[in-house]
Design a protein around this ligand. Sequence first.
Ligand SMILES: Nc1ncnc2c1ncn2[C@@H]1O[C@H](COP(=O)(O)OP(=O)(O)OP(=O)(O)O)[C@@H](O)[C@H]1O
Ligand SMILES: [Mg+2]
Length: 609
Amino acid sequence: MSSAHNFHTEDDNIQSSDGGIGPALGRVFRLLARDELKRQRPLMALAVFITLVAKVFSVASPVFFGEAVNVVASGAGAGIAGTLIGLLALWALTRFLASALPQVRTMFFAPVSQEAQRIAAVEAFEHASNLSMQFHLTRRAGALNRVIERGSAAIDFLLRFLVFNIVPTLIELVLAAVLLAVRYGINFAVIAVATVIAYTAFTLWITEWRVMQRREMNEVDSNLRASIVDSLTNFETVKAFAAEARETNKFSQHLGRFNRKYIAVVRSLSLLNGGQELVMSAGVFAAALVAGLGAINGNLSIGDMTAVVLILMNIFRPLGILGFAWREIKQGAVDLEKLDGLLAMNPDVADAPDAPDLVLKGGAVRFEHVAFTHEGRTDGLNDVSFKVKPGSRIGIVGSSGAGKSTILRLLFRFYDPQSGRILVDGQDVRDITQQSLRDALALVPQDVALFNESLRANIAYAKPDTSDVKIMAVAERAHLGAFIRALPLGLDTRVGERGLKLSGGEKQRVGIARAIMKDPAILVLDEATSSLDSETESEVQAALNEAAQGRTTITIAHRLSTIADADQIIVVDQGRIVQSGTHEQLLQLCGLYARLWQRQIESGEGATE
Ligand SMILES: Nc1ncnc2c1ncn2[C@@H]1O[C@H](COP(=O)(O)OP(=O)(O)OP(=O)(O)O)[C@@H](O)[C@H]1O
Ligand SMILES: [Mg+2]
């Protein structure tokens, strides 16, 4: 067993080791045993049965041909043509059934496999969605998607190759060996089994080595793709730095590295296939020779010799994909283990068992001695305490990196504080369901990210069934009305990846519309108007003030004028609340706030009308 780090190249933060095949099969069978798949169970049984029947036909078929050869060799006689036709027909029929039945099996099994994959993927998706912010912040985009995709596909691989390929092949080998021993002599059984063992040993030996090669190739491939995606998504930076040639060169180098790995993989495959052919040919040669000598001695007929060779070639045929199947099974085991690793991850933030829903009583917010430090940091929030009365407006100001956005994330319970507590209407956010907590809150984040869908879908994200009239009314309040009406596609306009087809200000206004649409008890604005020019800002600010009526509002602002009329302002510096009070009180204190205000007045930024 190799160490776990080999499988950790994807930055998906999911532990897995060199997946054992036993545990992987256990996982698959546990999945198949689930109640959701109860209706599919007869189909499963039918699929296994059909596979076994096909193998019996496959083994028996050469016997009929051998008998036909014997009939021909025995020369003339009455009714010989009829016997020949009968034997050849049986041979053709069994041959046909041996290859056609597995197709029938696939027809029966496909729905079972698809349903099992769907169940596994949906479960993993649901689980991953519920994992905490910390998990989602640390994983690499796309890696998670691949874990789910590959993990569920592995279920199909494992079943197809193991249950319908390797195990039936083993059964076929046993049946054939028994038939050979009983009908033609023990020698042939020994040759068949010895050849298969040699073949298998050689294949597994080379395949283990090739697994390493492939893993290296996949690693290079992942890097190659990550590099392309990174370069293409950052096209604006690349262009602005005129770095196209450098990026192309990097791409070319990655491709060169990939090609070298790929060539090694292809070469070892040729070696594998060549070696397999050698072993098989040696086995068939040995069997044919022994049978031929037997025929000369009169112990066997010509038909027997033919049948022996055909039986051997029959068992060797499915072995051709053994190397591939083995590799896929091992990969499938790893993929499944990853999927399991994902399912085993516990969200850092989870609902308490039997947590009740939040009971809203106006939207009071209270932080009590809250301390929180991000993973991998030494400094964080320290002893943060403040109170927001229901329906009032609080402003949070402070320098960049002071911890303002972190305070909001704690309120949303994206993280739990290391000490202290956060109360909404007197209820600790850790004691109530996350769903009910977040239903009561709406956030306009500092960096609004939109779904790559229509404006309609983005604005109505909280309430997808809203009518266009209502959506436009909300858009109007966020000063988006004129913009949307001027678009040829109106609300159907798609906004691009993360909303990149909109200007910074437009994106922010969509974020505001989305929050207003939610109609929350507590409205949380993190620099919600920072990208707007001062005229638009004061208009949107007016709309926000209007939206703030009757609900608690928490506003982070750099431009102090936007929160000057708040009921209370808290000043955060290096993770601590250093001042709090109304605008006038804070100016009189002549502290940090007064200095910030003075600076903004001087630069003209803070000037209000
Ligand atoms: N997920 C994270 N992991 C580690 N550190 C983080 C994480 N998020 C934020 N931080 C750090 O926590 C500190 C506070 O960040 P926060 O976003 O709360 O600042 P802020 O006051 O909102 O600043 P700004 O005004 O620039 O938005 C910063 O030093 C930041 O680097
Ligand atoms: Mg911030």
